[in-house]
Design a protein around this ligand. Structure first.
Ligand code: UD1
Length: 418
Protein backbone atom coordinates (compact mmCIF):
# COMPACT_ATOMS: atom_id res chain seq x y z
CA UNK A 1 0.00 0.00 0.00
CA UNK A 2 1.29 3.49 -0.85
CA UNK A 3 2.47 5.94 1.79
CA UNK A 4 3.54 9.56 1.81
CA UNK A 5 6.78 10.54 3.50
CA UNK A 6 7.27 14.17 4.44
CA UNK A 7 10.31 15.88 5.88
CA UNK A 8 8.90 18.85 7.72
CA UNK A 9 9.99 22.32 8.78
CA UNK A 10 10.99 23.39 5.28
CA UNK A 11 9.92 26.91 4.34
CA UNK A 12 8.06 26.98 1.06
CA UNK A 13 8.07 29.44 -1.82
CA UNK A 14 6.36 29.40 -5.17
CA UNK A 15 3.05 29.21 -6.96
CA UNK A 16 0.29 26.60 -6.77
CA UNK A 17 -2.27 26.28 -9.57
CA UNK A 18 -5.66 25.20 -8.30
CA UNK A 19 -7.50 22.43 -10.16
CA UNK A 20 -11.15 22.26 -11.16
CA UNK A 21 -13.64 21.49 -8.41
CA UNK A 22 -14.32 17.84 -7.62
CA UNK A 23 -17.57 18.69 -5.85
CA UNK A 24 -18.81 20.76 -8.79
CA UNK A 25 -17.79 18.16 -11.38
CA UNK A 26 -19.64 15.28 -9.68
CA UNK A 27 -23.21 16.71 -9.91
CA UNK A 28 -22.45 18.13 -13.38
CA UNK A 29 -21.46 14.61 -14.50
CA UNK A 30 -24.76 13.31 -13.10
CA UNK A 31 -26.48 16.06 -15.14
CA UNK A 32 -24.83 14.77 -18.35
CA UNK A 33 -27.43 11.97 -18.32
CA UNK A 34 -29.97 14.71 -19.20
CA UNK A 35 -28.29 15.67 -22.46
CA UNK A 36 -26.71 14.05 -25.53
CA UNK A 37 -23.35 15.61 -26.19
CA UNK A 38 -21.32 17.40 -23.53
CA UNK A 39 -17.78 18.72 -23.31
CA UNK A 40 -16.46 19.51 -19.82
CA UNK A 41 -13.23 21.39 -19.19
CA UNK A 42 -11.08 21.94 -16.09
CA UNK A 43 -11.90 18.47 -14.73
CA UNK A 44 -9.72 17.35 -11.80
CA UNK A 45 -8.28 13.93 -12.58
CA UNK A 46 -8.93 12.38 -9.16
CA UNK A 47 -10.33 9.00 -8.10
CA UNK A 48 -13.89 10.20 -7.33
CA UNK A 49 -14.23 11.60 -10.85
CA UNK A 50 -13.05 8.29 -12.39
CA UNK A 51 -15.60 6.44 -10.22
CA UNK A 52 -18.39 8.74 -11.43
CA UNK A 53 -17.24 8.22 -15.04
CA UNK A 54 -17.37 4.46 -14.45
CA UNK A 55 -20.92 4.85 -13.15
CA UNK A 56 -21.99 6.85 -16.22
CA UNK A 57 -20.45 4.18 -18.46
CA UNK A 58 -22.28 1.47 -16.51
CA UNK A 59 -25.52 3.41 -17.13
CA UNK A 60 -24.73 3.42 -20.86
CA UNK A 61 -23.10 6.78 -21.62
CA UNK A 62 -19.89 6.99 -23.63
CA UNK A 63 -17.12 8.97 -21.95
CA UNK A 64 -13.83 10.06 -23.49
CA UNK A 65 -11.14 11.38 -21.17
CA UNK A 66 -8.48 13.76 -22.54
CA UNK A 67 -6.04 13.66 -19.65
CA UNK A 68 -3.56 16.22 -20.91
CA UNK A 69 -6.33 18.78 -21.37
CA UNK A 70 -8.30 17.85 -18.20
CA UNK A 71 -11.29 17.51 -20.48
CA UNK A 72 -14.15 15.01 -20.77
CA UNK A 73 -16.56 14.34 -23.63
CA UNK A 74 -19.78 12.60 -22.66
CA UNK A 75 -22.23 11.17 -25.16
CA UNK A 76 -25.67 9.81 -24.36
CA UNK A 77 -27.17 8.37 -27.54
CA UNK A 78 -30.06 6.90 -25.56
CA UNK A 79 -29.28 3.31 -26.49
CA UNK A 80 -29.23 0.53 -23.92
CA UNK A 81 -29.63 2.77 -20.89
CA UNK A 82 -29.39 0.95 -17.61
CA UNK A 83 -31.24 2.95 -14.93
CA UNK A 84 -29.20 1.30 -12.19
CA UNK A 85 -26.41 2.55 -9.91
CA UNK A 86 -24.86 -0.52 -8.28
CA UNK A 87 -23.57 -0.74 -4.70
CA UNK A 88 -19.97 -1.32 -5.76
CA UNK A 89 -19.81 2.12 -7.40
CA UNK A 90 -21.91 4.10 -4.91
CA UNK A 91 -20.30 2.75 -1.74
CA UNK A 92 -16.87 4.28 -2.46
CA UNK A 93 -18.28 7.61 -3.57
CA UNK A 94 -21.55 8.85 -2.13
CA UNK A 95 -22.11 11.39 -4.92
CA UNK A 96 -23.16 8.38 -7.05
CA UNK A 97 -26.60 8.87 -5.49
CA UNK A 98 -26.93 12.06 -7.61
CA UNK A 99 -27.74 10.03 -10.70
CA UNK A 100 -31.10 9.29 -9.03
CA UNK A 101 -32.59 12.71 -9.90
CA UNK A 102 -31.34 12.63 -13.50
CA UNK A 103 -32.40 9.03 -14.24
CA UNK A 104 -35.81 9.46 -12.67
CA UNK A 105 -36.65 12.70 -14.47
CA UNK A 106 -35.45 11.42 -17.87
CA UNK A 107 -36.24 7.70 -17.82
CA UNK A 108 -39.04 7.76 -15.22
CA UNK A 109 -37.40 5.07 -13.10
CA UNK A 110 -34.16 4.40 -11.26
CA UNK A 111 -32.63 1.86 -8.92
CA UNK A 112 -29.77 3.36 -6.94
CA UNK A 113 -27.82 1.77 -4.14
CA UNK A 114 -28.12 3.42 -0.73
CA UNK A 115 -24.67 4.86 -0.10
CA UNK A 116 -24.43 3.84 3.56
CA UNK A 117 -22.50 5.66 6.24
CA UNK A 118 -18.89 6.71 6.12
CA UNK A 119 -16.10 7.67 8.49
CA UNK A 120 -17.49 11.14 9.18
CA UNK A 121 -21.07 10.19 10.03
CA UNK A 122 -24.23 8.26 9.15
CA UNK A 123 -24.99 10.51 6.15
CA UNK A 124 -28.59 9.56 5.31
CA UNK A 125 -30.38 10.47 2.04
CA UNK A 126 -33.84 11.12 3.53
CA UNK A 127 -33.82 14.75 2.29
CA UNK A 128 -33.08 13.62 -1.28
CA UNK A 129 -36.02 11.21 -1.16
CA UNK A 130 -38.28 13.78 0.55
CA UNK A 131 -37.83 16.14 -2.43
CA UNK A 132 -38.35 13.44 -5.07
CA UNK A 133 -41.52 12.18 -3.36
CA UNK A 134 -42.91 15.74 -3.34
CA UNK A 135 -42.37 15.73 -7.11
CA UNK A 136 -44.54 12.64 -7.45
CA UNK A 137 -41.97 9.81 -7.32
CA UNK A 138 -43.00 6.51 -5.78
CA UNK A 139 -40.07 5.29 -3.73
CA UNK A 140 -39.35 2.12 -1.82
CA UNK A 141 -36.21 0.80 -0.19
CA UNK A 142 -35.45 -2.85 -0.90
CA UNK A 143 -32.28 -4.91 -0.40
CA UNK A 144 -30.18 -1.80 0.17
CA UNK A 145 -31.47 -0.06 -2.96
CA UNK A 146 -33.65 3.00 -3.53
CA UNK A 147 -36.24 1.93 -6.10
CA UNK A 148 -37.92 4.99 -7.58
CA UNK A 149 -40.57 5.36 -10.22
CA UNK A 150 -42.56 8.20 -11.77
CA UNK A 151 -44.64 6.52 -14.49
CA UNK A 152 -46.17 9.75 -15.77
CA UNK A 153 -43.02 11.79 -15.16
CA UNK A 154 -42.18 14.09 -12.29
CA UNK A 155 -44.22 17.22 -11.61
CA UNK A 156 -43.12 20.55 -10.23
CA UNK A 157 -43.88 21.28 -6.61
CA UNK A 158 -42.96 23.63 -3.76
CA UNK A 159 -40.43 21.91 -1.55
CA UNK A 160 -39.09 23.36 1.68
CA UNK A 161 -36.11 21.37 2.93
CA UNK A 162 -36.30 20.84 6.72
CA UNK A 163 -32.54 21.29 6.87
CA UNK A 164 -29.84 22.37 4.43
CA UNK A 165 -28.21 19.66 2.31
CA UNK A 166 -25.88 20.11 -0.66
CA UNK A 167 -26.63 16.69 -2.18
CA UNK A 168 -30.41 16.91 -1.68
CA UNK A 169 -30.50 20.36 -3.31
CA UNK A 170 -28.52 18.98 -6.27
CA UNK A 171 -30.71 15.89 -6.66
CA UNK A 172 -33.87 18.05 -6.54
CA UNK A 173 -32.43 20.43 -9.15
CA UNK A 174 -31.62 17.52 -11.47
CA UNK A 175 -35.07 15.99 -10.94
CA UNK A 176 -36.76 19.33 -11.69
CA UNK A 177 -35.07 19.49 -15.11
CA UNK A 178 -37.83 17.54 -16.88
CA UNK A 179 -40.62 18.03 -14.35
CA UNK A 180 -43.95 19.41 -15.57
CA UNK A 181 -44.76 22.87 -14.23
CA UNK A 182 -42.87 25.01 -11.77
CA UNK A 183 -40.62 23.71 -8.98
CA UNK A 184 -39.76 25.95 -6.04
CA UNK A 185 -36.99 24.74 -3.73
CA UNK A 186 -36.75 26.52 -0.38
CA UNK A 187 -34.07 26.40 2.32
CA UNK A 188 -31.58 25.17 -0.28
CA UNK A 189 -27.85 24.82 0.03
CA UNK A 190 -26.24 27.66 -1.95
CA UNK A 191 -22.68 26.37 -2.21
CA UNK A 192 -20.76 27.77 -5.22
CA UNK A 193 -20.74 24.23 -6.67
CA UNK A 194 -24.56 24.37 -6.77
CA UNK A 195 -24.38 27.65 -8.67
CA UNK A 196 -21.99 25.96 -11.11
CA UNK A 197 -24.46 23.10 -11.57
CA UNK A 198 -27.22 25.66 -12.19
CA UNK A 199 -25.17 27.48 -14.84
CA UNK A 200 -24.56 24.12 -16.52
CA UNK A 201 -28.29 23.24 -16.41
CA UNK A 202 -29.10 26.66 -17.91
CA UNK A 203 -26.75 25.79 -20.80
CA UNK A 204 -28.87 22.64 -21.25
CA UNK A 205 -31.92 24.88 -21.59
CA UNK A 206 -33.23 24.95 -18.02
CA UNK A 207 -35.04 28.04 -16.79
CA UNK A 208 -33.72 28.60 -13.26
CA UNK A 209 -33.84 31.64 -10.96
CA UNK A 210 -31.98 32.07 -7.70
CA UNK A 211 -32.84 34.29 -4.74
CA UNK A 212 -31.37 33.81 -1.27
CA UNK A 213 -31.94 30.16 -0.34
CA UNK A 214 -34.84 29.78 -2.82
CA UNK A 215 -34.38 28.30 -6.29
CA UNK A 216 -37.21 28.39 -8.85
CA UNK A 217 -37.17 26.06 -11.84
CA UNK A 218 -39.75 26.85 -14.51
CA UNK A 219 -40.71 24.18 -17.02
CA UNK A 220 -38.56 24.67 -20.09
CA UNK A 221 -39.49 23.73 -23.63
CA UNK A 222 -36.15 24.70 -25.06
CA UNK A 223 -33.82 21.85 -24.07
CA UNK A 224 -30.37 21.75 -25.67
CA UNK A 225 -28.75 18.53 -26.81
CA UNK A 226 -25.23 19.87 -26.75
CA UNK A 227 -23.20 22.01 -24.35
CA UNK A 228 -19.69 23.02 -23.30
CA UNK A 229 -18.82 23.92 -19.74
CA UNK A 230 -15.72 24.87 -17.82
CA UNK A 231 -15.95 23.73 -14.21
CA UNK A 232 -15.18 26.25 -11.43
CA UNK A 233 -12.00 26.08 -9.32
CA UNK A 234 -11.81 23.78 -6.30
CA UNK A 235 -12.36 26.12 -3.35
CA UNK A 236 -11.52 23.38 -0.83
CA UNK A 237 -8.23 22.61 -2.54
CA UNK A 238 -7.52 26.38 -2.61
CA UNK A 239 -8.36 26.67 1.10
CA UNK A 240 -6.13 23.69 1.90
CA UNK A 241 -3.11 25.28 0.20
CA UNK A 242 -3.89 28.66 1.77
CA UNK A 243 -3.66 27.00 5.17
CA UNK A 244 -0.51 25.09 4.16
CA UNK A 245 1.02 28.42 3.12
CA UNK A 246 0.02 30.03 6.42
CA UNK A 247 1.81 27.17 8.19
CA UNK A 248 5.08 26.96 6.27
CA UNK A 249 5.01 29.51 3.46
CA UNK A 250 7.54 32.26 3.01
CA UNK A 251 5.75 33.56 -0.04
CA UNK A 252 3.25 31.37 -1.88
CA UNK A 253 0.77 32.38 -4.54
CA UNK A 254 -2.44 30.37 -4.92
CA UNK A 255 -3.46 30.92 -8.52
CA UNK A 256 -6.46 30.29 -10.84
CA UNK A 257 -9.11 31.05 -8.23
CA UNK A 258 -11.79 33.64 -7.58
CA UNK A 259 -11.05 35.17 -4.15
CA UNK A 260 -14.63 36.52 -3.96
CA UNK A 261 -15.92 32.95 -3.55
CA UNK A 262 -13.67 32.22 -0.58
CA UNK A 263 -14.15 35.45 1.38
CA UNK A 264 -15.05 33.63 4.61
CA UNK A 265 -11.87 31.55 4.48
CA UNK A 266 -9.72 34.62 3.72
CA UNK A 267 -11.30 36.64 6.53
CA UNK A 268 -10.89 33.75 8.98
CA UNK A 269 -7.19 33.44 8.15
CA UNK A 270 -6.74 37.21 8.46
CA UNK A 271 -8.32 37.10 11.93
CA UNK A 272 -5.81 34.45 12.92
CA UNK A 273 -3.05 36.79 11.77
CA UNK A 274 -2.15 35.32 8.37
CA UNK A 275 -0.74 37.92 5.98
CA UNK A 276 -2.71 37.80 2.74
CA UNK A 277 -2.54 39.82 -0.47
CA UNK A 278 -5.57 39.44 -2.74
CA UNK A 279 -5.50 39.80 -6.49
CA UNK A 280 -8.18 39.30 -9.12
CA UNK A 281 -7.57 35.59 -9.66
CA UNK A 282 -4.91 34.76 -7.08
CA UNK A 283 -3.92 35.20 -3.44
CA UNK A 284 -0.40 35.52 -2.05
CA UNK A 285 0.39 34.40 1.50
CA UNK A 286 3.39 35.99 3.16
CA UNK A 287 5.37 34.58 6.05
CA UNK A 288 2.97 34.82 9.00
CA UNK A 289 4.95 34.71 12.23
CA UNK A 290 2.41 35.46 14.93
CA UNK A 291 -0.84 33.51 14.80
CA UNK A 292 -3.74 34.17 17.19
CA UNK A 293 -6.43 31.90 18.62
CA UNK A 294 -9.95 31.90 17.18
CA UNK A 295 -13.42 30.48 17.94
CA UNK A 296 -15.30 29.22 14.90
CA UNK A 297 -18.16 26.92 13.81
CA UNK A 298 -18.47 25.14 10.49
CA UNK A 299 -21.63 26.16 8.60
CA UNK A 300 -23.25 25.76 5.18
CA UNK A 301 -21.97 28.26 2.59
CA UNK A 302 -21.31 31.18 2.99
CA UNK A 303 -20.12 29.95 6.42
CA UNK A 304 -16.77 28.29 7.10
CA UNK A 305 -16.73 24.91 5.27
CA UNK A 306 -16.65 21.63 7.18
CA UNK A 307 -14.29 20.38 4.43
CA UNK A 308 -11.61 22.76 5.76
CA UNK A 309 -12.16 22.10 9.47
CA UNK A 310 -9.37 19.52 9.87
CA UNK A 311 -6.87 21.68 7.97
CA UNK A 312 -7.77 24.78 10.04
CA UNK A 313 -7.27 22.75 13.21
CA UNK A 314 -3.66 22.06 12.23
CA UNK A 315 -3.10 25.80 11.77
CA UNK A 316 -4.59 26.48 15.21
CA UNK A 317 -2.09 24.11 16.85
CA UNK A 318 0.45 26.82 15.88
CA UNK A 319 -1.63 29.77 17.19
CA UNK A 320 -1.09 31.42 20.56
CA UNK A 321 -3.88 30.63 23.06
CA UNK A 322 -6.87 28.30 23.26
CA UNK A 323 -8.98 28.04 20.12
CA UNK A 324 -12.37 26.39 19.77
CA UNK A 325 -13.87 24.74 16.69
CA UNK A 326 -17.50 23.59 16.62
CA UNK A 327 -18.27 21.05 13.88
CA UNK A 328 -21.87 21.86 13.01
CA UNK A 329 -22.35 19.79 9.83
CA UNK A 330 -21.19 16.23 10.50
CA UNK A 331 -21.44 14.32 13.78
CA UNK A 332 -18.14 12.48 13.65
CA UNK A 333 -15.57 14.62 11.96
CA UNK A 334 -12.73 14.76 14.50
CA UNK A 335 -11.01 11.53 13.48
CA UNK A 336 -7.80 13.43 12.76
CA UNK A 337 -7.54 14.59 16.38
CA UNK A 338 -5.92 11.45 17.90
CA UNK A 339 -3.39 11.41 15.06
CA UNK A 340 -2.56 15.12 15.50
CA UNK A 341 -2.19 14.54 19.27
CA UNK A 342 0.27 11.72 18.55
CA UNK A 343 2.31 14.33 16.68
CA UNK A 344 2.36 16.57 19.76
CA UNK A 345 -0.81 18.65 19.38
CA UNK A 346 -2.88 19.37 22.50
CA UNK A 347 -6.46 18.98 21.33
CA UNK A 348 -9.44 17.81 23.39
CA UNK A 349 -12.83 17.00 21.93
CA UNK A 350 -16.25 16.88 23.49
CA UNK A 351 -19.06 15.92 21.15
CA UNK A 352 -19.15 18.69 18.48
CA UNK A 353 -16.45 20.85 20.07
CA UNK A 354 -12.67 20.68 19.73
CA UNK A 355 -10.45 22.75 22.03
CA UNK A 356 -7.00 23.39 20.61
CA UNK A 357 -4.27 24.56 22.97
CA UNK A 358 -1.48 26.31 21.14
CA UNK A 359 1.11 26.83 20.16
CA UNK A 360 2.57 23.32 20.26
CA UNK A 361 5.63 21.97 18.57
CA UNK A 362 4.63 19.11 16.27
CA UNK A 363 7.00 16.23 15.67
CA UNK A 364 6.88 13.68 12.84
CA UNK A 365 5.24 10.31 13.43
CA UNK A 366 3.71 7.43 11.48
CA UNK A 367 0.01 8.29 11.14
CA UNK A 368 -3.05 6.91 9.43
CA UNK A 369 -5.48 8.75 7.16
CA UNK A 370 -9.20 8.17 7.80
CA UNK A 371 -11.04 10.28 5.23
CA UNK A 372 -10.23 12.74 2.47
CA UNK A 373 -9.93 15.98 4.43
CA UNK A 374 -8.52 14.34 7.57
CA UNK A 375 -5.77 12.87 5.39
CA UNK A 376 -4.77 16.21 3.97
CA UNK A 377 -4.70 17.70 7.47
CA UNK A 378 -2.02 15.11 8.31
CA UNK A 379 -0.04 16.26 5.26
CA UNK A 380 -0.22 19.84 6.58
CA UNK A 381 0.84 18.65 10.04
CA UNK A 382 3.74 16.77 8.44
CA UNK A 383 4.86 19.96 6.64
CA UNK A 384 5.08 21.93 9.87
CA UNK A 385 6.39 19.08 12.08
CA UNK A 386 10.01 18.39 12.93
CA UNK A 387 11.55 15.27 11.36
CA UNK A 388 9.79 12.70 9.27
CA UNK A 389 6.05 12.02 9.02
CA UNK A 390 4.76 8.88 7.31
CA UNK A 391 1.13 8.90 6.22
CA UNK A 392 -0.57 5.57 5.57
CA UNK A 393 -3.79 4.84 3.64
CA UNK A 394 -3.32 7.73 1.26
CA UNK A 395 -5.92 6.38 -1.16
CA UNK A 396 -8.26 8.78 0.65
CA UNK A 397 -6.13 11.69 -0.59
CA UNK A 398 -6.21 10.43 -4.15
CA UNK A 399 -10.01 10.67 -4.09
CA UNK A 400 -9.87 14.44 -4.11
CA UNK A 401 -6.44 16.08 -4.49
CA UNK A 402 -4.99 16.27 -7.99
CA UNK A 403 -1.16 16.16 -8.17
CA UNK A 404 -0.76 16.90 -4.46
CA UNK A 405 2.93 15.97 -4.20
CA UNK A 406 3.80 17.72 -7.46
CA UNK A 407 2.12 20.95 -6.36
CA UNK A 408 3.86 20.93 -2.96
CA UNK A 409 7.21 19.93 -4.45
CA UNK A 410 7.03 22.87 -6.87
CA UNK A 411 7.20 25.04 -3.71
CA UNK A 412 10.22 23.02 -2.45
CA UNK A 413 8.41 20.78 0.02
CA UNK A 414 10.16 17.46 0.72
CA UNK A 415 7.39 14.98 0.10
CA UNK A 416 7.45 11.65 -1.67
CA UNK A 417 5.22 8.65 -2.28
CA UNK A 418 6.53 5.15 -1.70
C1 UD1 B 1 -21.34 17.66 0.23
C2 UD1 B 1 -19.89 17.57 -0.17
C3 UD1 B 1 -19.00 17.30 1.03
C4 UD1 B 1 -19.27 18.36 2.11
C5 UD1 B 1 -20.75 18.47 2.42
C6 UD1 B 1 -21.09 19.62 3.36
C7 UD1 B 1 -19.96 16.71 -2.43
C8 UD1 B 1 -19.71 15.58 -3.36
N1 UD1 B 1 -19.74 16.49 -1.14
O1 UD1 B 1 -21.70 16.39 0.79
O2 UD1 B 1 -17.65 17.35 0.63
O3 UD1 B 1 -18.60 18.00 3.31
O4 UD1 B 1 -21.49 18.69 1.19
O5 UD1 B 1 -20.62 20.81 2.83
O6 UD1 B 1 -20.30 17.79 -2.86
N2 UD1 B 1 -28.19 15.03 5.66
C9 UD1 B 1 -29.33 14.42 6.11
N3 UD1 B 1 -30.17 13.87 5.19
C10 UD1 B 1 -29.93 13.91 3.85
C11 UD1 B 1 -28.77 14.55 3.39
C12 UD1 B 1 -27.92 15.11 4.32
O7 UD1 B 1 -29.57 14.36 7.31
O8 UD1 B 1 -30.73 13.39 3.07
C13 UD1 B 1 -27.25 15.63 6.63
C14 UD1 B 1 -25.86 15.00 6.57
O9 UD1 B 1 -25.77 13.84 7.33
C15 UD1 B 1 -24.99 16.13 7.11
C16 UD1 B 1 -25.71 17.39 6.60
O10 UD1 B 1 -27.03 16.98 6.28
O11 UD1 B 1 -25.01 16.11 8.51
C17 UD1 B 1 -25.07 18.02 5.38
O12 UD1 B 1 -24.87 17.04 4.38
P1 UD1 B 1 -24.92 17.40 2.83
O13 UD1 B 1 -24.91 18.89 2.68
O14 UD1 B 1 -26.02 16.65 2.19
O15 UD1 B 1 -23.53 16.81 2.34
P2 UD1 B 1 -23.23 15.99 1.02
O16 UD1 B 1 -24.04 16.53 -0.12
O17 UD1 B 1 -23.27 14.55 1.30
Amino acid sequence: MQKLIIKGKRYLNGKILISGSKNATLPILAACILSNNIKLQNIPLVKDIFTMVELLEFIGLKVKIFKKQNTLEILNNGNKINTLAPYRLVKTMRAGVLVLGSLLTKYKKAKVSLPGGCAIGTRPVDLHLFALKKMGAKIKIKNGYIIAEAKKGLRGSTIKFPSISVGATENALLAAFNAKGKTILKNCAIEPEIRDLISFLIKLGANIKFSGRTITINESINKKLKANHEVMFDRIEAGTYLIASALVGERITIDRINPEIIKTEINTLKKIGVKIKKDKSSITILNSKYLKKINISTKPYPGFPTDLQAQLMVLLTQAEGTSKIKEDIFENRFMHVPELNRMGAKIETNNKIAIINGPTKLTGAEVMATDLRASVSLVLAGLVAENRTVINRIYHLDRGYELLEKKLKSCKAEIRRV
